[in-house]
Design a protein around this ligand. Structure first.
Ligand SMILES: *[C@@H]1O[C@H](CO)[C@@H](O)[C@H](O)[C@H]1NC(C)=O
Length: 331
């Protein structure tokens, strides 16, 4: 290395904010305008580093890669500078998965400090109170041992779908220090066990909205969600949102050690169709444990119940979770 290059690197190192990330050694560095899909296809097993800017989705990931975005804050999503964006909805003839800006179809994929957005909800609406009327995902995961760290997932309806591989076997997934935002069923899926750690869950303005639409289909097996140390908030009017409604009759969701603002309705949870008297609710597992905030009072709950203790990450993701979860983001 020439000494002038070394000097430049040293100066860069002392002037950079201490929290700024940089491409790790060996990373494939990508800039806006590059063909991200072909770079992803050609670099199985590698780390792909996105420089600041916008990248057009869809990006389909079929091998184990790590994707990192430029950021000036490695502790949060707030300094993220790289965004993968799409404007696409199911009504255009796609299935849910195909509408997502990023479509994961592999095990072991990890994302750090990348923003994902589906801007379909910006389409002008005839009914301003209900801006979204179609499934339009930002991220869809089909796989096991998948991690999102310091990422931002932004949509309106169905922002994030979590599934196992081929949407059948159980997929274990973790979302840590992320922001997930939307309005209708915006965290949903049937076959992933997903743990959300220290995430901000932000609801967009809407008359009625649902954070989760979990879809476990039978008692023994299938996915479920645990939200641990998360914060649910937003500027929608008080009581307009539910923590979840059941996509399928064995839906299983836990909110624990979290802050639930007054945007959450006192009933906490909703049926799929509130006025359907024959909809079964006896097998739902909507649980809450030691939450705080104006939306956390369990007295008005009908479908949700207080859990006797917190769920553990090892019970949720399996005892070997620290072999694939990045523990730096879990404190
Ligand atoms: C009400 O729930 C029942 C039982 O799940 C279902 O078969 C029926 O289609 C639902 N009705 C409506 C209008 O959604």
């Amino acid at each position: 290395m020439r000494s002038s290059t070394l000097l430049t690197l040293l100066v860069a190192a002392v002037t950079a904010k201490p929290t700024a990330n940089a491409p790790p050694p060996g990373a494939v560095i990508v800039k806006p305008g590059d063909n991200l899909q072909s770079i992803v296809n050609a670099n199985a097993g590698k780390t792909i580093f996105l420089q600041a800017g916008k990248y057009k989705g869809p990006i389909v990931i079929k091998s184990k890669i790590t994707m990192m975005g430029a950021t000036d804050n490695e502790e949060s999503y707030s300094g993220n500078k790289a965004t993968i964006t799409i404007y696409r909805a199911q009504e255009e003839g796609f299935n849910n998965h195909q509408t997502a800006a990023v479509q994961v179809e592999a095990d072991g994929v990890k994302f750090y400090h990348v923003n994902f957005e589906n801007t379909w909800g910006l389409k002008p609406s005839k009914d301003p109170k209900n801006p979204i009327k179609n499934q339009a995902l930002a991220v869809s995961t089909q796989g096991d041992e998948i991690g999102f760290y310091g990422c931002k997932l932004d949509g309106w309806q169905d922002t994030l779908e979590t599934e196992g591989k081929g949407a059948r076997s159980l997929g274990k997934q973790v979302f840590a220090k992320c922001l997930v935002q939307g309005c209708t069923d915006f965290i949903f899926g049937k076959t992933a066990a997903a743990w959300f750690e220290d995430c901000d869950i932000k609801v967009k303005d809407k008359d009625v909205g649902y954070v989760t639409a979990q879809g476990r289909e039978n008692k023994n097996g299938g996915g479920h969600y645990v939200f641990n140390k998360c914060e649910v908030s937003g500027s929608a009017k008080g009581g307009s949102y539910f923590l979840g409604r059941p996509w399928r009759p064995f839906a299983a969701v836990m909110f624990q050690n979290s802050k639930l603002s007054g945007v959450i309705n006192q009933a906490g949870w909703s049926k799929w169709k509130p006025d359907n008297v024959t909809e079964p609710v006896g097998d739902l597992e909507f649980r809450e444990y030691q939450n705080t905030g104006a939306g956390s009072d369990i007295k008005g709950r009908k479908l949700g119940k207080r859990a006797s203790g917190p769920d553990s990450i090892s019970k949720t993701l399996g005892g070997d979770y620290n072999s694939w979860v990045d523990m730096k983001y879990m404190k």
